[in-house]
Design a protein around this ligand. Structure first.
Ligand code: IVH
Length: 676
């Protein structure tokens, strides 16, 4: 590489921006993820070595801004207006009549989708994204700059010549597919799912931690301008959107121009038919006067322009009878109440099941079996029960009861009230949870069974060879060989890896059990505190609350797990199969690194990352993944990424490997290779 770092960094940034645009806006990537990562890593490395090369619009700067406390208010330079609505052709005609009267002629119209998301204003100064804000009350919104920067289809810099200043108005939406994925993850993690994609988009943008926003699948569509300086607006809306496109701003592909409102109405019909098949939600169509000069002439009333109107789609709702409520068990044991309905046609499909979300919702809506209920296809995705029709309630209507036992495995059901989630405590025993539990059990940070990955676990469960974690330890080479794509050699390797995993640590074993809310660190704390499984199993909630980082919810989950006889059976079977760990060493809380937090970055040469982590923890230190001003030390290995630059910015002291080893009391530290 002969180019200077500065030139190379610019090249890389330009390439990554172009690929981001192809990937996130055009949906047409040219590179594999791996190829993309190579470019990205090269830029990160350059920026780590030469922090002065980090420009605010560098593609590496989308994530990683530190969490901030609350949102600052920001004044919009030009107010963000709302739209008047109409629900019928008659109302639309009145609107058309008013416009014609004011202008003295029929204008040209545009029609486009009304996105069902969150309105935002993006301020670009000399082409650079400097601010993102919510609508707020129209005059003052909230500063969500760090969050909008994580939306990949939002350009950090406008492509080509740009105005001195421009406020781009548009909508942030969450595509349906991403919404479903996010909710599946939320349910799997025992969190409350979002009600609809709009709420999910709004909730994601209003995350105080932009790193969380970055993980949410958000999309942006630009549809209007606010204040503009140093640039002449084009003459029509259609041309404006065309210019947005030139700047690399995402714009809807559904825009039509029409000489009359009849053409707009045809578009409305088309969109209504296409609605269910669009990748994101729309709740109507917006008609706008195309000419910007005519818009000026028309002006605004109250807080909505006179030149535009939203034609809303009718809500897709229907009435039917609730026949029964059944409870489905998710992958982590969460019980979701499902309404079994008298089949009813809503929004183009026959619905016979609808979600009731959770027990809180059932209580709040006072839903009883036998009730006539209003069903809505919420966002055309998951049908939901909106409300009951009380005047049609039969005398025989019955309250919905949460089952005391899991409908799949018969284990106790526990209601975690803070989360309104009812959960089967069957854990490893419940077959609905078995696959996920096994995957977790075998994973690297748990029992670390090399070769026992997700696909193989599915295969083994399907073949009836695995019905509990303990069964892993009884798998035979001969059985494994029978599986598709499994040769004798790999079967033998797997059996050997399974045998090796029997020698573990108490903390890993605890983590592997998959007790709700007991992650790696909590497992380590519990293991260090109690030392033996017996002591932990007999600990009561008060005792558990004494353990570092253990609060009432964790304590309750730990208690509930060990109170379930089936879990105890699985544990006993695992111990009988030969799982063992060294006796406690008796470390105390006055440990050398007690209270200190460490972030590791780059490659360590003398010891593995896991080993470094284990040794820091053994001395009472904490190893965390995200770097903030509160971090005590950044441990820097070879090829450190952007964390190094960030630590320098935040003033977090850095340790090289040698310094770390010294801190760990390693006498041979001076002999260890020093990486830089
Ligand atoms: S134009 C001055 N176009 O609907 C008018 N708004 O209910 C500026 N919305 O606050 C807005 N899709 O958040 C416009 N294609 C679209 C839209 C749209 C959704 C939102 C916008 C507005 C709200 C009014």
């Amino acid at each position: 590489m002969t180019a200077s770092p500065q030139v190379r960094a610019q090249e890389l940034a330009a390439q990554l921006r172009a690929h981001d645009y192809r990937y996130y806006v055009l949906d047409d990537p040219q590179l594999s993820d791996a190829q993309y990562d190579v470019l990205r890593r090269e830029l990160e490395d350059l920026e780590a070595r030469y922090p002065e090369l980090i420009s605010p619009d560098s593609p590496t700067q989308r994530v990683g801004a530190p969490p901030f406390a609350g949102f600052q208010p920001v004044d919009h330079r030009q107010a963000m207006l709302s739209l008047s609505n109409c629900f019928s052709e008659a109302e639309l005609d009145e609107f058309g009549e008013r416009v014609r009267k004011a202008l003295g002629h029929e204008p040209h119209w545009t029609a486009e989708p009304k996105f069902d998301g969150l309105a935002v204003s993006l301020t670009y100064q000399d082409g650079l994204l400097v601010r993102g804000a919510t609508r707020g009350d129209g005059q003052t919104g909230e500063d969500i700059t760090s969050n909008v920067r994580t939306i990949h289809s939002v350009p950090l810099r406008l492509q080509g010549a740009a105005p001195a200043l421009i406020e781009i108005r548009g909508e942030v939406v969450m595509p349906r597919a991403g919404f479903l994925r996010l909710n599946a993850q939320a349910m799997a993690a025992g969190e409350k799912p979002f009600v609809n994609p709009r709420n999910a988009a709004a909730g994601s943008l209003r995350q105080l931690n932009p790193e969380l926003t970055a993980r949410r699948p958000l999309q942006f569509f630009a549809y209007a301008v606010g204040a503009v300086e140093g640039w002449n607006l084009p003459t029509t809306h259609a041309e404006l959107l065309e210019q947005f496109r030139v700047w690399n701003l995402p714009v809807t592909e559904f825009l039509v121009r029409s000489p009359d409102l009849a053409g707009c109405l045809r578009f409305y019909q088309r969109m209504q038919n296409a609605r269910a098949d669009l990748p994101f939600e729309i709740d109507g169509v917006v008609y706008k006067v195309d000419s910007l000069a005519e818009r000026e002439e028309l002006g605004q009333v109250a807080r909505a322009p006179r030149w535009a109107i939203a034609h809303k789609f009718p809500a897709e709702e229907a009435r039917t009878v609730l026949r029964a409520v059944e409870f489905q068990v998710g992958r982590t044991g969460a019980l979701t109440p499902v309404a079994r309905l008298e089949p009813v046609f809503v929004g183009g499909v026959t619905v016979s099941n609808a979600t009731l979300h959770n027990m809180d919702e059932i209580t709040r809506k006072d839903v009883r079996i036998g009730d006539t209920v209003v069903v809505r296809r919420a966002g055309d995705v998951i049908p939901e029960v909106v409300r009951v029709v009380p005047e049609l309630r039969p005398a025989t209507a019955q309250a919905v009861a949460l089952p005391a036992r899991c409908p799949v495995c018969g284990s106790a059901v526990v209601l975690v009230d803070e989360q309104a989630v009812a959960r089967c405590e069957g854990g490893l025993y419940c077959s609905a949870q078995l696959r996920e539990a096994l995957k977790h059990f075998a994973s690297r940070r748990a029992m670390d069974i090399e070769g026992l990955g997700s696909k193989l676990i599915d295969q083994l469960v399907d073949a009836g060879l695995l019905d509990s974690a303990a069964a892993i330890y009884h798998l035979q080479v001969e059985q494994l060989e029978q599986l598709e794509r499994m040769a004798r050699k790999s079967a033998a390797n797997l059996v050997a890896a399974i045998a090796r995993s029997k020698h573990t640590s108490f903390a890993r074993f605890l983590f592997a059990l998959g007790i709700r809310e007991v992650g790696e660190v909590t497992a380590q704390n519990l293991a260090a505190h109690y030392g033996t499984l017996d002591a932990l199993q007999t600990a009561n909630e008060d005792s558990l609350l004494q353990v570092a980082d253990v609060g009432p919810i964790v304590a309750r989950h730990v208690r509930a797990f060990f109170a379930e006889p089936r879990n105890v059976e699985v544990i006993e079977a695992l111990l009988r199969a030969g799982i063992h760990w060294p006796e406690p060493t008796g470390l105390d809380s006055s440990a050398a690194l007690a209270g200190l937090s460490f972030v590791l970055t780059g490659t360590l040469t003398g010891l593995s990352r896991d080993a470094a982590k284990a040794r820091i923890q053994a001395l009472g230190g904490r190893v965390v993944s995200s770097l903030s001003a509160k971090t005590d030390f950044l441990v820097v290995g070879a090829k450190a990424g952007s964390k190094l630059a960030k630590a320098e910015r935040l003033g977090v002291p850095c340790l090289d490997e040698k310094a770390l080893l010294q801190m760990l009391g390693d006498d041979s530290a001076s002999a260890a290779q020093n990486s830089s």
